[in-house]
Design a protein around this ligand. Structure first.
Ligand SMILES: Cc1cc2nc3c(=O)[nH]c(=O)nc-3n(C[C@H](O)[C@H](O)[C@H](O)COP(=O)(O)O)c2cc1C
Length: 171
């Protein structure tokens, strides 16, 4: 996969925009909607069958993706703020909801993500949190970063889900 150097150029979703993608059970893209294609700057054929990490931004902590995969593999939904990298090096923030798709027998057949415009006020807190998680990952690995996140949520007397959902609701 071609290496993309981040430029720091931000692109923003419009309030009514929904970015949708589906993956197979390994996280390879099987479907993406028009807005995803336009915003990411890739052609549809460049995205299909590629790992979803094609739009991974280096500012994203691995801890958040681990949480995401642990959740969806267990057929539980997750909400997360995600910073994505465009083909031209720009980036865009989304508020994502990721779920597992199951067949009639409850077997996971793939995953589904719907994203919308994040609350701008929430992003300030999320950017601080993610840079702290990244530095924890660098110094003490994933365990240290997870511990840091758990401690922070504990101190706030909240859970990951409550914290994230309330951030999106906050004014
Ligand atoms: C349905 C679905 C949607 C995803 N969407 C994104 C996304 O928009 N951006 C992203 O960086 N990772 C997304 N991921 C997570 C990636 O699969 C991957 O875990 C992440 O990019 C980290 O990649 P890495 O482990 O190769 O660093 C998604 C996963 C699933 C199952």
């Amino acid at each position: 996969m071609a290496h993309v150097t981040p430029t720091g150029n931000e692109k923003k979703l419009a309030p009514g925009d929904f970015i949708i993608s589906k993956t197979d059970t390994t996280g390879k893209i099987t479907y993406c909607n028009r807005i995803f294609i336009e915003l990411s700057g890739y052609r549809e054929q460049e995205l299909l069958k590629k790992p979803h990490s094609i739009v991974r931004h280096p500012d994203m902590p691995r801890t958040i993706f681990k949480l995401l995969w642990d959740r969806v593999k267990a057929k539980k939904e997750i909400f997360a703020y995600v910073k994505n990298l465009c083909k031209d090096g720009g980036y865009y923030w989304v508020y994502a909801n990721v779920t597992a798709s199951t067949d009639a027998n409850g077997k996971v057949v793939g995953y589904y993500s719907v994203r919308r415009k994040p609350n701008e006020n929430a992003l300030k807190q999320i950017e601080t949190l993610y840079s702290q998680l990244l530095s924890q990952e660098r110094s003490g690995g994933m365990e240290a970063a997870k511990h840091y996140l758990d401690k922070l949520l504990d101190e706030k007397g909240t859970t990951y889900d409550e914290f994230i959902v309330n951030l999106q609701k906050s004014a």
